[in-house]
Design a binder for this molecule. Structure first.
Ligand code: NAP
Length: 253
């Protein structure tokens, strides 16, 4: 009976959220709802019921958890989505709903990598230096504005949707693409555009890791923006571990 199903809210927008949702689709012990922020115009069709848009801060999320009778909150948001992570911790406490966070491990430098680790996008701009370069930006569409301050570079920007002209550097080529990407394609792209530096965020995960291996192979320096600090929560590292955690609870229930 639907009433007996464990009601899950999955905060998504990531590979892990999609994997958890896909694995739970058709499982009649659970009733998952996937939540997307609505940043990408045409998100991949979710395999489970979903909702789109913000909740209105931590109190809005807590109210949603209560109104929808959510039994378990899974935070599978992106490592750089730090506001929703804090909201999830606060809302789960307020609504007394258990929270499980999926926190992917960071990428770590391998022998041959030429990384400069910086704390934020402004520092990333500085790390590119004064000399004009051909720069590959794989940082999404929200944080491109700081690069307007360094118009000496030529930028190749890759994002899921084309970034707004008013918030990106003007001397840029735009590539719209959605991962996962493979190493050979990444090498071809870096070579074709004669890229001399890459700016990326330390997202972790396998979907967008190939650019780092390609950069290593080609000796291209990488400006790596470090992650924001994550709030404390019970956590696992992968979608598989989250599913195992859930299975244990379903068996124990
Ligand atoms: P953020 O700064 O942490 O969140 C900003 C606001 O967006 C939140 O306060 C919340 O609004 C709303 N929001 C975020 N994620 C949501 C979700 N899954 N469902 C409903 N509302 C959500 O997040 P962001 O960096 O803008 O990222 C937005 C979404 O894109 C996240 O779901 C994230 O997983 C995904 N994503 C982000 C990145 C990245 O680099 N930041 C990369 C890939 C995917 P209210 O306060 O009104 O609830």
């Amino acid at each position: 009976m639907a009433m007996d199903r464990l009601k899950l809210l999955i905060l998504g927008g990531t590979t892990e959220a999609s994997a958890v949702a896909k694995a739970l689709a058709g499982d009649n012990r659970v009733a998952p709802i996937l939540s997307l922020a609505g940043r990408t115009k045409a998100p991949a069709a979710p395999p489970v019921p979903y909702r789109v848009g913000g909740f209105g801060g931590p109190d809005g999320l807590a109210a949603y958890l209560e109104a929808e009778d959510i039994d378990l909150l899974i935070d599978a948001t992106h490592p750089f989505a730090d506001r929703i992570k804090r909201n999830a911790v606060a809302a789960a406490a307020k609504a007394r709903v258990p929270l499980l966070a999926i926190r992917r491990p960071q990428w770590t430098p391998q022998p041959g990598d030429r990384w400069s680790v910086v704390p934020d996008m402004e520092a990333a701009v500085g790390a590119l230096g004064e000399t004009p370069k051909r720069v590959f930006l794989t940082i999404g569409q929200k944080e491109l504005a700081p690069f307007r301050a360094a118009p000496q570079h030529h930028y190749v920007i890759r994002s899921v949707d084309p970034p707004d002209v008013s918030s990106r550097p003007l001397n840029a080529e735009i590539i719209t693409a959605r991962g996962p990407f493979d190493e050979e394609d990444e090498r071809t792209l870096l070579g074709r555009h004669e890229i001399e530096a890459i700016v990326t965020k330390n997202s972790g995960g396998s979907a967008t890791q190939a650019k780092l291996a390609a950069a290593r192979a080609l000796g291209i320096p990488v400006v790596m923006v470090a992650r924001p600090e994550h709030p404390d929560a019970e956590r696992v590292e992968t979608a598989e571990a989250a599913l195992a955690w859930l299975e244990e609870r379903l068996r124990g229930a």
